[in-house]
Design a protein around this ligand. Structure first.
Ligand code: ZN
Length: 338
């Protein structure tokens, strides 16, 4: 068995509901199709680095899917020689086939066991993806000194003042990893959002449950399959290629990174809930102190300090879910590193 045309994306979209697992070889290692959209690649020589690349957790975020699929093809046809362990996940192939963000529930709210409270395709899928990550890290040969990495690649619904940014999972002790931030800077990331609380996202799961260096990576705006300009991801592609081929994390100065701390989560508390911003307001748009950001029959949210900004605003969701984040700029010198 092999993957037709080395095209993992086409295989996944043609088998969205499941596939009989199979094993195959490629020039620098052995591959395992474990399920629909779940591909594990093991290099010939054992490696202490285990990288998870997930894409399409939101089905319509096609740019990262195409980028990673290209890299998989390059590994399978021998253009890239794989030196590290790699798990590639296409998160939501059913929604991808429908060109939709999700079918029943936002998949990236269902991790860390939150899937247990829901029914439907996404709930099953979150459980399956957690299992795939768990299996991947647990069967590593060099478990003791394993470097666990997980980059969950997304594109955003709206434009952004900082085109490419990452969400750094909530770190209880407030100590951050400099090597990872320097890698993200080298990968073309402009800004870092430091989370203020545990969440049910995929990257938080890998961090909290497996101790991985894990990030939600936002790479710009959503476009349909075939309409993405992949040259916009050139820096990321270059640093990922270096990581795949040499096991090395590219490093750039942290000076280019804008750092923000999450101050508050905006939660939709009523059907009357609305955000007082235009539909095309970009992520990281800043506001004046006292500006009434949200209003409902139950609550109001006023901007606390001039310069506080909004990220991920969205009210088209059920009551109880996150309608946005309020973030505040901070400086890199204020962060503590390990
Ligand atoms: Zn997304």
């Amino acid at each position: 068995m092999s993957i037709l045309n080395n095209d993992f994306l086409a295989l996944t979209l043609a088998n969205q509901d499941g596939i009989v697992p199979f094993q195959f070889s490629f020039p620098s290692g052995v591959g395992f199709i474990e399920d629909a959209g779940i591909l594990r690649l093991e290099p010939k020589q054992s490696s202490a680095t285990s990288l998870v690349l997930s894409v399409g957790v939101h089905g319509n975020e096609t740019g990262p899917i195409e980028l990673v699929n290209q890299m998989v093809t390059a590994i399978l046809n021998g253009t890239i020689s794989l030196k590290i362990r790699l798990l590639v996940l296409i998160g939501n192939p059913v929604a991808a086939n429908l060109a939709k963000r999700f079918c029943d529930v936002n998949l990236n709210r269902l991790f860390n066991g939150a899937w247990q409270e829901y029914d439907g395709f996404e709930a099953q899928r979150a459980q399956r993806l957690e299992q795939a990550v768990s299996d991947f890290y647990s069967i590593a040969e060099n478990k003791a000194d394993q470097m666990k990495l997980h980059y969950d690649l997304h594109t955003a619904i709206r434009g952004s003042v900082h085109e490419k940014f990452v969400v750094y999972p909530y770190v209880e002790n407030g100590i951050y990893n400099k090597e990872q931030l320097a890698f993200l800077a080298a990968s073309g990331i402009d800004a870092v959002l430091l989370s203020h609380q545990p969440t049910t996202t995929f990257s938080y799961y890998s961090y909290a449950v497996h101790g991985a260096h894990a990030f939600t990576v936002e790479l710009g705006k959503v476009y349909p399959f075939g309409e993405n300009d992949l040259s916009r991801f050139a820096d990321l592609k270059k640093s990922l290629t270096l990581l795949l081929e040499k096991g090395t994390l590219a490093q750039s100065s942290l000076d280019s990174l804008q750092i923000f701390r999450v101050l508050d989560s905006l939660v939709k508390d009523d059907d009357s809930y609305e955000l007082s911003i235009a539909n095309d307001v970009k992520n990281f748009t800043q506001f004046e102190a006292g500006y009434c950001m949200t209003h409902s029959d139950k609550s109001d949210y006023y901007i606390k300090q001039t310069g506080d900004a909004i990220v991920f605003p969205n009210t088209n969701l059920p009551i109880g879910q996150r309608a946005g984040l309020i973030v505040r700029p901070t400086i890199i010198g204020d962060l503590e590193f390990d």
